[in-house]
Design a binder for this molecule. Structure first.
Ligand SMILES: C[S@@+](CC[C@H](N)C(=O)[O-])C[C@H]1O[C@@H](n2cnc3c(N)ncnc32)[C@H](O)[C@@H]1O
Length: 388
């Protein structure tokens, strides 16, 4: 341990995460991590980092950037566990965090030829990396709260077909519980709804697609999910005005009933309509990303590495399996919520799934809710699988 860290011995602790040994502030292990600590480390985000490592492997990534790196654990794990990283650009604005990053690189025997550390504001870091020759293949954006102020510059820092990974922790806003903030921050009209976690992902993807389109880029979502307090998306950036226009065709609106669990997708902003199920008023949410949320080939390629990546936690594979198993439809039905709206007793998840499948509908569980099902069946058919 270097001299500065030896002096801090009582305040720091060396831990193992994945294949990396990491020095972290002791405070981050005994309570919820917060911005007052010398460097930010959240042990509960291990699965988020596990999946990030697997993505870089599946995409054959060699050059990465992390504008908000905390202790550097994420980039260091990617370097060690990917095994093919040629250049990693690791940055944090906080002076103490940069010391942790340097110490952690030393601890893991990662030299300056592979990892370059900077102390810059994240947007400035991204803009420097937007210069031709400086761009990265994978950029991991992991701020406190909303990523919105950093999306444009992050897209600019990516090479052709580069992958942008984004974590957002302003989940309440993204889910629709704070309509005014969502409108101001993401430019969407959303409100409290029956599939909030999916709305969160579709809001963030809309915002990324909007930013990309104004730079004349399109997007291809590779994976999207929510866990505890955060939303996470992986998006491939596709260059060219044609790609931008194509992506914008996947932006639309979701019309929901005020009273019952009916909804539908629409590409128009508003048409005075009544619910075909219960005749109540319909409300419209959007604009939102209404295209697919994942690339099946990428996810199955990641799942195929299961035998080799023995250090990845079971919980991370579970998230990936849930993503893989999802059918590509918009929205999901939360079975207990649906039962309470219908004033009926809820059937088990497996009963609902097999009953819809037997009648020829597509149906799956969802990564967004342990009690949710996705299906292409109309609401009337789904209601048919409930006990009277
Ligand atoms: C959530 S933490 C990052 C955690 C890290 N990515 C990981 O996986 O452990 C957010 C980090 O962003 C840094 N930060 C906050 N605002 C910043 C800014 N404008 N520019 C650069 N870094 C910033 C903080 O110091 C903090 O270390």
């Amino acid at each position: 341990m270097d001299k500065v860290f030896l002096r801090m011995k009582k305040e720091v602790r060396e831990i193992q995460e994945g294949l990396a040994r990491i020095v972290v502030p002791m405070g981050s292990l005994i309570s919820e991590p917060h911005s007052k600590l010398p460097a930010f480390y959240n042990p509960k985000m291990r699965n988020n980092r596990d999946i990030a490592v697997l993505f870089t492997i599946s995409q054959g990534v060699r050059k990465i950037g992390e504008p908000m790196a905390g202790t550097g654990v994420r980039s260091i794990r990617i370097i060690l566990e990917n095994g093919n990283i040629e250049e990693a650009f690791i940055n944090d604005l906080k002076r103490e965090a940069v010391k942790f990053i340097r110490e952690n690189l030393r601890l893991n025997h990662i030299g300056r030829n592979t990892a370059r550390v900077t102390r810059l504001e994240a947007n400035l870091f991204n803009i420097i990396h937007s210069l031709p020759g400086n761009r990265v293949e994978y950029l991991d954006l992991d701020p406190y709260g909303t990523p919105a102020p950093f999306i444009y510059s992050s897209i600019m820092a990516l090479r052709k077909r580069g992958v942008l990974a984004v974590t957002a922790t302003d989940t309440f806003t993204l889910k629709g519980f704070k309509p005014e903030t969502a409108l101001a921050r993401y430019g969407v009209k959303i409100f409290k709804n029956i599939f909030p976690s999916e709305v969160a992902v579709r809001t963030l993807l809309y915002y990324i697609s909007r930013a990309a389109a104004s730079l004349e880029y399109g997007i291809e979502p590779l994976a999207a999910y929510t866990q505890r307090h955060y939303v996470r998306v992986y998006v491939r950036i596709l260059r060219g005005p044609g790609k931008a226009k194509e992506s914008q065709k996947r932006v639309g609106y979701i019309t929901l009933c005020d009273h019952c669990p009916f909804w539908k997708i629409s590409d128009e902003e508003f048409r005075e309509e009544r619910c075909p199920f219960c005749s109540s008023k319909l409300r419209i949410m959007g604009p939102l990303w209404i295209g697919v949320l994942k690339d099946n080939e990428t996810i199955s390629r990641i799942l195929d590495t299961r035998g080799e990546a023995y250090w990845i936690e079971e919980e991370s594979w579970k998230i990936l399996r849930r993503i893989a198993g999802e059918i590509d439809t918009v929205g999901y039905y939360d079975i207990p919520l649906l039962a309470s709206k219908l004033r009926r007793s809820p059937p088990s998840m497996s009963e609902v799934i097999s009953s819809l499948r037997e009648r020829g509908f597509k149906v799956s569980r969802t990564v967004f809710s342990t009690t949710g099902v996705k299906t292409d069946a109309p609401l009337r058919e789904l209601v048919g699988s409930f006990n009277p």
